[in-house]
Design a protein around this ligand. Structure first.
Ligand code: ZN
Length: 549
């Protein structure tokens, strides 16, 4: 699944009513929430075969845009054609914002319409079900085969519900895409890529995705591609139906090597966690695979509104049981967000002398450490003689604590690697690490506390303020106290890990109630960030160069 955090703030225009659509200046303000960012990836090192394959993969991925438009709304393609003809400034702005959202509803504004003559909000069932179908009608139908990922529901001539597999519903587009995938498979010299692409082409036409999902787990190639129907968020009625998307990426060899190096040290980190030794795990399990890549192109469900920075797939439980799942981290997308959002945030929130410390390299290293430390710390615990898990004991509070734990244990880990000469450390690097972490806290907090990452971030922020490790200044800026930050991080990590190790629901609730909140001082500080972009709008320079439209 992908992480899509949507900000609470920033509802700009009274979009959505039939009578009043956003004006040109209002649309410009809405569009300005996405910083236009050019994505360029060096492709010259690819083999001749992979260079050819890359062209076909970008072309196949563009077809995912066409299918996704159809999936979101039956009127999308007609509306897009009309918008493309409108040469007025308003028409151009509408087209621009339509392409950002892949439809006439604004992702950042609760899917409210920004164009006249369309439903005021995205239809909950999108175009996966007949627009007049009720939940009750579908349930009364009692057709379990129709609850699958890969079909749409339509009405037949007698007005009865009927299931139509994607392979029929989108036949023409899927045949074109399968053809491109086969051409790419023929061109590449990487066996695992050849196998995935051939099986995925078969799946487009047979509607059976299992074998190709398994092949995707085994994919290990310079070109790292994800293409097909995956996430079900657009089906807000049942969450059954998967939307088509694509990511065409190149593997980042340097970060992949770094990951391997970290993985080799995870047991050592576990053995030194700031927690009672009896809670440490003498033999940690194998970590889930992580791939670090740079995105050349994304399409369909993978390219609207807030851009995906990382994803975990597949979602098919049968494949997850058998092969596990894989996490793909889009490094250049993270870097674009860092430059367009985090750096401007630091200019408002950090003292002048700290601003120069913002460092993408440590920002990304901390994200990697966050992902890896999800795998260590308490996982199998004992409470009152029962064998159980932190998730079972902490229930609905677990995700917020686990996200905070991964952030803080990740910091602890990077500091440990500094201290033991396993990463180049020193005072300057520590300044960079903690100042980057402070700026990044504001970015997460802007997304609101309704979701685990934001709540977990508030816990960290308030804890560190209470310990004097983060210090607020009168002008609304914040500063790291370098005399206190390292020990405060260790104490916080101790507290979080101990809550998990003891499955302490009451203690966790107390911590979240006291610290998982937006205090007035912080709320005022976040107010000063309103006009900083929320996300990026990627411009795919490399994709357009290798496969001109
Ligand atoms: Zn996490």
């Amino acid at each position: 699944m992908m992480k899509k955090m949507l900000p609470l703030i920033l509802a700009v225009a009274s979009a959505g009513s039939e009578t009043k659509s956003p004006t040109l200046p209002e649309l410009h303000t809405m569009i300005a929430r996405f910083a236009r960012t050019e994505l360029r990836v060096e492709t010259s090192k690819l083999s001749a075969g992979d260079q050819k394959a890359l062209v076909k993969l970008v072309e196949a991925s563009r077809i995912m845009n066409d299918i996704f438009l159809t999936q979101l709304w039956s009127g999308s393609h007609g509306l897009l054609r009309d918008l493309e003809k409108d040469q007025t400034p308003l028409g151009k702005a509408r087209l621009h914002y339509f392409l950002i959202n892949k439809g006439p509803w604004s992702d950042l504004d609760g899917h409210a319409a920004f164009l006249p003559g369309v439903p005021p909000k995205k239809l909950p069932g999108a175009n996966f079900y007949p627009s007049d179908m009720t939940k009750e009608e579908f349930e009364a139908w009692k057709n379990t085969a129709a609850q699958d990922f890969f079909s749409v529901i339509v009405r037949d001539s007698a007005k009865h519900l009927r299931r139509v597999p994607y392979s029929e519903a989108y036949r023409k587009d899927l045949e074109r895409a399968a053809g491109k995938l086969r051409e790419a498979a023929a061109a590449t010299d990487n066996e695992s890529l050849k196998r995935f692409l051939s099986l995925r082409a078969d799946a487009f036409l047979s509607n059976d995705y299992y074998a190709s999902d398994v092949a995707w787990m085994d994919l290990d190639a310079p070109i790292d591609v994800t293409i097909g129907p995956y996430e079900t968020y657009n089906d807000e009625v049942f969450g059954y139906k998967a939307a088509f998307e694509a990511y065409v990426n190149l593997k980042d060899e340097q970060e992949t090597a770094k990951l391997k190096f970290f993985a080799d040290h995870m047991q050592e980190i576990e053995d030194n966690l700031p927690i009672e030794p009896r809670f440490r795990n003498p033999k940690i399990g194998a970590a889930a695979p992580i791939r670090v890549v740079n995105e050349i192109f994304s399409a369909g469900d993978g390219n609207h509104g807030v851009q995906t920075a990382a994803y975990n797939l597949p979602n098919d439980e049968r494949v997850v049981q058998e092969k596990g799942s894989k996490r793909v981290m889009l490094k250049n997308v993270q870097e674009a967000k860092f430059q367009s959002i985090l750096v401007p945030i630091s200019k408002r929130m950090l003292a002048a002398e700290a601003q120069g410390d913002l460092t993408f390299d440590l920002f990304f290293t901390h994200i990697l450490a966050h992902e890896m430390t999800h795998g260590i710390g308490p996982h199998q615990i004992e409470v009152a003689g029962r064998s159980t898990t932190p998730r079972q004991e902490l229930k609905e509070l677990y995700s917020a604590i686990e996200e905070a734990k991964a952030d803080v244990t990740g910091l602890f880990m990077v500091q440990y690697l500094f201290d033991h000469g396993l990463l180049p450390g020193g005072v300057a690097r520590e300044r960079q690490l903690y100042n980057t972490y402070l700026a990044s806290a504001f970015r997460s907090l802007r997304f609101g506390l309704h979701e685990a990452h934001g709540k977990g971030q508030a816990v960290q922020f308030n804890y560190l303020v209470d310990r004097g490790a983060f210090v607020a200044h009168a002008g609304g800026t914040y500063e790291v106290n370098f005399g206190k930050i390292k020990s405060a991080v260790k104490e916080l990590d101790h507290d979080l890990l101990t809550l998990e190790a003891t499955g302490d629901y009451a203690g966790t609730k107390k911590m979240l109630d006291e610290l998982g909140v937006l205090r007035p001082e912080l709320a005022r500080a976040l107010d000063r960030l309103k006009d900083i972009p929320t996300d990026i709008e990627p411009v795919f320079i490399t994709a357009d160069r290798v496969a001109p439209r």
